[in-house]
Each structure stands twice: as C-alpha cells, then as structure tokens.
Design a protein around this ligand. Structure first.
Ligand SMILES: Nc1ncnc2c1ncn2[C@@H]1O[C@H](COP(=O)(O)OP(=O)(O)OP(=O)(O)O)[C@@H](O)[C@H]1O
Ligand SMILES: [Mg+2]
Length: 314
C-alpha cells in the first residue's frame, strides 16, 4: 500500500456530467466522495448511468464536465499512476479467448508496471477456484469461469480501489457467494470497493453505503444502516391462539390487519420513534382477552426501500 492511501477521501467525484456524442446526457452533475476502505453499492435501473460513471472514473469514457480525484490525484494529471491503483471488472465479458488463464492474468499485472509475483497470482487463482484451469485457453471455460478470470485480471495488480460492474449478473449462486467472500477478504485488506448491482440483497449483504442513481442523477447516498432505519418500516405480527372473525371494536384505533385465516394480527410501526402504540396495543389485547402464542417483528428490506424511492422520484 502506498502513502496515498491515507488520503481521505480516496475517491472524489465532483460535478461530473456526461453528454455522449449523439447528444444524450447520461450523467448530470454527479457528486460522490468515497472513503478509504469503504464498500459502496450503486443501485439504479437499466440506463441510469452506473456504467458510464464507473467508465469515467476508470478512464474508459471521457467526462464532459467535472473532475475525478483518486487519492488526491486528478485522473487527467497522472493517468498511469492513478490507473494502477484501480481494478475494474467490467459489465461486459471481455477476455482474450486464445490465451491461457495464467498468461492473461500475468500479462495484465505486467501492464500496470507491477513486478511479477507468481505466488500472489497463484493464491488469487486458487481463491477464485481457477487454479486447476490455469493452463487452459479461456475459450474452453464456461461463462461463469470467464467472469472469474475477469475478476482475477482486475485483482492481478493488487489495486487499492476495485470497481465491480454487476459482478454477479447471470452467475450461479456459488459464484455469487464466492464473490461475497472475496469482497469481504478484500475489505479486510483495506481495499475500497464500488459495485453496481441489480441484486439488492447483494447490496444489503456487503455494502456500507448505498447510492441510488436515476436517469443520470444521484438521487440518494446514504449509510446503509441509517437508510434502513430511516426508511424501513417495521411490522409486528401476533400469532393468535384462537382465530378471530373480525377485529374487535376496542382494537379498531390501532390500525391492525387481520390475516384471512384470522390467526394473525399485523401492526406496522415506525422503527425510529419509540412507539408507545405497541404497549397500548398489548394492553388492549389483554383487556379484550385475545391471547397470542408468539410475537414476531420484521424490518422492511433494502429492496422494499429501493422500490419505494424509485417510485417516489418519478
Ligand atoms: N456510447 C454511447 N452513446 C450514446 N449513449 C450511450 C452510450 N453509452 C451509454 N449510453 C446511454 O447512456 C445511458 C446510461 O447508460 P449506462 O450503461 O451508464 O447505464 P447503466 O446504469 O449502467 O445501465 P445497466 O443497468 O443496464 O447496465 C443509457 O441511456 C445509454 O443508452
Ligand atoms: Mg451498466
């Protein structure tokens, strides 16, 4: 790790806009600061601008306006040095079909000016379950294995910032779990990770912060836990001892929902406020002689929050 890593933030995206050659405005004034070691998930529907943003940061696409700093350095000023700190797993499969796994990974490391390090590459390929395939030509691998090769290439030069553009689109559950494990190993080493995903449970599982893009704008950037606390609704479910035909009049004020079999009462509450409603509800249930055998609470998922946010901003 270099001393640059101590810069804070490690990645600074300032007022970035992009208009493609055909006049389409794909990004509109994006601002995002990312701290060293953070894992940020960028969510957004198809065409929101996620890949455009990542491609700009990695120098694959030019920006129309704005500035990107990596560890304090502008990507324009010292492109080679900046680029060597970055690894990217692109959304599209781009691999040299005729090369072997080993030579492509070794070549990529050299491309970034890193000294050969066969033992690092060996452990990398092993962690991606590619070691047995190392001498095979890439064209002889399955789609999921090719994606693993892309991940190995992105990590071949030990980058301190890793971009994963939909790393688990179309891969099996096993590779997805492997990815999550790799991400958590990298986090332990202090690597900063920015990923895009359509699998919201993936963001929920691994991200520290959530950014949501819509039509070229960043509509929200928030700490995951805060977001889920702020916008998540909690639901309390009471499993009743005896089935109820309807909600008794004495309980009407609590805005309860009764399940169709009459065996469950559901109550929604705000997870932020300390809610006296629950205590009152339990008192009223006791007075109405309604007994329950179990109480469960459920917090809404990031998925539900995301769907709400995208709906609201339309
Ligand atoms: N080279 C290009 N020329 C013109 N428009 C483009 C170009 N590349 C992308 N776009 C447009 O920019 C918008 C954003 O595309 P981008 O690939 O960044 O979206 P995304 O959020 O990554 O979507 P997805 O979830 O489908 O990967 C889209 O409307 C797309 O059609
Ligand atoms: Mg994309």
């Amino acid at each position: 790790m270099t001393s640059n890593l101590r810069h804070n933030p490690i990645l600074s995206i300032r007022n970035v806009s992009k208009t493609y050659e055909n006049g389409f405005k794909a990004l509109n004034n994006i601002n995002l600061q990312i701290k060293n070691g953070e894992i940020v998930a960028i969510l957004g529907s198809n065409g929101a601008g996620k890949t455009t943003l990542i491609s700009i940061i990695c120098g694959i696409v030019s920006m129309s306006l704005g500035e990107v700093l990596v560890a304090g350095e502008s990507i324009h000023d010292d492109f080679r040095s900046v680029r060597s700190k970055i690894g990217i797993v692109p959304q599209e499969l781009t691999v040299h079909e005729f090369e072997s796994v080993w030579s492509t990974v070794k070549f990529t490391r050299g491309l970034y000016g890193k000294k050969p390090n066969p033992s690092y590459l060996e452990s990398l390929l092993k962690s991606l379950s590619l070691w047995e395939k190392k001498d095979q030509r890439i064209m002889t691998l399955s789609g999921g294995m090719k994606r693993r090769v892309l991940i190995a290439k992105a990590l071949s030069h030990e980058p301190s910032i890793l971009f994963l553009d939909e790393p688990t689109a179309g891969v099996d559950v096993e590779l997805r779990k492997d990815m999550w494990r790799i991400v958590s190993d990298l986090r332990a080493k202090g690597v900063t990770i920015i990923l895009t995903t359509h699998y919201i449970e993936e963001a929920e599982e691994i991200a520290d912060r959530i950014a949501i893009m819509r039509k070229g704008e960043m509509i929200l950037i928030e700490d995951k836990k805060t977001l889920m606390q702020k916008l998540g609704k909690k639901e309390l479910t009471l499993e009743l001892m005896k089935s109820l035909k309807s909600i008794p009049a004495s309980l009407q004020k609590h805005k309860l929902e009764l399940s169709s079999d009459g065996l469950q009462l559901r109550y929604q509450f705000d997870s932020q406020k300390s809610d006296k409603g629950i205590l009152n509800l339990l008192d009223d249930l006791k007075n109405a002689k309604i007994n329950y055998k179990d109480i469960n609470t459920k917090q809404s998922s990031l998925e539900e929050i995301f769907v709400e946010l995208i709906k609201e901003s339309k």
